[in-house]
Design a protein around this ligand. Structure first.
Ligand SMILES: C[S@@+](CC[C@H](N)C(=O)[O-])C[C@H]1O[C@@H](n2cnc3c(N)ncnc32)[C@H](O)[C@@H]1O
Length: 364
């Protein structure tokens, strides 16, 4: 759907935070794959909803951020790096091309080493065909699929991406249009979830947060069923309460760890906080330097309860935090300490809580 309004548009607060995440992640992704002795000969960065490459006050868009991350962080000019940018609004495609030529007038790579392709068309029609044509498969791909939230992405393509070597996706998903128009949306909406119609149960849920939660769970499951082993999802919330939900899918634990490091490195001055979509109290963490660990405590308690009187090892709770929450492993002991101090949990041995400790609900 072309942009409804002028191009370029004003940047939203959480877009700036999202860009900070992209930049920091790409500054890790490119060197890991292309920089060392075991570098891949090639990699592709593809956007299915690229935008115009610039915002109203001149801030760079994600395609510009991606190219800059490569040229800043990979000195090695051996690998071939392909950038594919698709957008279905001709104004965005033209502006993006202008921006990239203007911002990188003398590309520090020969054109055959840094290939940039712009395509006017929809993500569904163009992304896979262009990845084929660029011979991107068999080498790492990072697909950034940043629609306005309705995620019109081919599920079969997600499956193909999930089975490709060292390939990761970052998808922006919004629940509003699915929640509001559930009874009017047809098979194209089911296709977003790989044909699974369980998302439609949203019509029978009665409160807004439960509906949102259901939709986010369904989308997360869609990426899981497409074949991504590790998923990291989180919400970016600005001071006015505007929310952006992102899901990152990878098949490598290292990818999750790097993305998690990225999230917690994000510049705290942007006034945007994180929220774990599973926190029942929807608490947003604005102070990333001093994270409020109460939401993590609420996510850990059911795990500890399920373990029964034998308890669960802190080591296992750290794994859970890494893979199933927005928090880092290092946050776990900080979240357990106040739970123990308030008498909700106990450790099976005295002294400080350690990675090897067992914790359980307080007995008696
Ligand atoms: C959220 S903006 C992208 C912003 C960009 N990723 C950034 O961070 O700078 C979404 C873009 O997707 C484009 N778009 C909307 N529906 C599309 C579709 N089905 N296929 C391709 N592009 C689409 C719009 O024209 C818009 O430029």
């Amino acid at each position: 759907m072309p942009v409804d309004g002028e191009v370029p548009w004003q940047i939203a607060e959480h877009t700036a935070a999202k860009h900070d995440i992209y930049r920091r992640y790409l500054e890790r992704w490119f060197p890991i794959l292309l920089g060392g002795a075991n570098a891949f000969p090639s990699a592709t960065y593809a956007e299915g909803f690229a935008g115009p490459g610039v915002y109203k006050d001149g801030e760079p868009g994600s395609p510009v951020i991606a190219i800059k991350a490569l040229v800043d962080k990979v000195a090695n000019s051996r690998p071939v790096v392909k950038f594919l940018f698709i957008d279905d609004d001709q104004r965005c495609v033209a502006m993006l091309q202008e921006q990239i030529l203007g911002r990188f007038p003398e590309r520090p790579r020969a054109p055959e080493k840094l290939r940039v392709r712009y395509v006017k068309g929809t993500c569904i029609d163009q992304l896979e065909a262009n990845l084929d044509d660029l011979e991107a498969w068999g080498q790492p791909i990072l697909a950034v699929l940043d629609s306005w939230g309705n995620a019109p992405i081919d599920y079969k393509l997600l499956q193909r991406l999930a089975s490709n070597v060292a390939t990761e996706v970052i998808v922006t998903f919004g629940s509003q249009s699915f929640v509001r128009f559930v009874s009017k949306l047809g098979p194209a909406a089911d296709a977003v979830f790989g044909g699974d119609q369980r998302w439609r149960e949203v019509a029978h849920l009665d409160d807004g947060p439960a509906k949102r939660q259901h939709m986010l769970n369904c989308y997360r499951e869609t990426l899981g069923s497409a074949g991504f082993k590790h998923l990291l999802d989180f919400e970016l919330v600005d001071r006015r309460g505007e929310v952006l939900y992102l899901v990152f899918g990878t098949n490598h634990q290292r990818g999750v760890e790097k993305m998690k490091d990225t999230l917690w490195d994000v510049d705290p001055v942007k006034g945007v906080g994180f929220r774990d979509p599973r926190d029942e109290q929807h608490e947003t963490l604005f102070e990333v330097d001093e994270p409020l660990v109460a939401p993590l405590g609420r996510l850990l308690l059911p795990r500890i309860q399920a373990a029964g009187p034998k308890g669960i090892r802190v080591h296992d709770l750290r794994k859970f935090a890494l893979h199933e929450t927005v928090f880092r492993q290092q946050h776990v002991i900080r979240a357990l300490e106040p739970l123990r101090a308030s008498g909700k949990i106990e450790t099976t041995t005295d002294g400080p809580i350690r990675i090897s400790s067992f914790v359980r609900l307080r007995q008696g």
